[in-house]
Design a protein around this ligand. Sequence first.
Ligand SMILES: Cc1cc2nc3c(=O)[nH]c(=O)nc-3n(C[C@H](O)[C@H](O)[C@H](O)COP(=O)(O)O)c2cc1C
Length: 233
Amino acid sequence: MTEDLTRRGFLGAAGAAVVAGVAAEVAPAAEGKEAPKGGPIKIIGLSTSPRKGKTTAAALRVCLDAAKTAGPNIEVELIELAGTNIGVFDPGNPDAGAGDFKKVAAALTDPKVAGIVFGTPVYFGSMSSLCKAFLDRCIAIRKENFGLANKVAGVVAVGGMRNGGQELTIQTVQAALLAQEMILVGDGQPTAHRGATIWNSANDDISGDEVGLSTAKNLGRRVAEVALRVARA
Ligand SMILES: Cc1cc2nc3c(=O)[nH]c(=O)nc-3n(C[C@H](O)[C@H](O)[C@H](O)COP(=O)(O)O)c2cc1C
């Protein structure tokens, strides 16, 4: 098994020291990966639905449209993992089934990207298997240079039921993003909860879900607002 991607590799040098019973040093803060001060920032919406252009992508478009209204100089982009052939992550053979992972990872870690909205369909109360495969592969980003650190992250979950597990799903995605040192935000005021919770209420159409759409707008705006604050600090 590749040592770097075993538990020791995940924990990193500091974690390995703790395992060995030795006092761990505090890692230096991530630096040099933020958007240039005063320049434009980019917010990416990443759809992890295996179905291209369906409800998760539609929800992310709502988030991104709202993100654009948060201030000047905000660019947005929607990236869909559908069709990228990203497969289950095997730490013993990390390149197997990588598909377009490196390409997508490069887009997300670009210093100009100050915020990312992750979108997933709800599959049995959790994220899609494609979402999990992608997030597991992001251990490589963590190991290389924490290239997602200090980018702002929000999560949108789309389910076939009004209360089909959207909040649970959001929390499972957030757990992985915390391990990347991302700055997590929920949907902003006035809804202000875990993130965007969308109901695919009418045969792959979310346009009638007024409550859910308001959470998507508030999430997109909130991600952009905090990203601007971080970028301009
Ligand atoms: C395997 C599978 C499991 C699902 N489980 C749930 C669920 O637990 N709760 C829910 O509300 N919807 C569930 N759904 C419905 C999807 O979340 C819903 O259709 C969603 O809009 C799909 O997103 P997409 O249009 O981007 O593919 C499930 C769908 C599939 C295929």
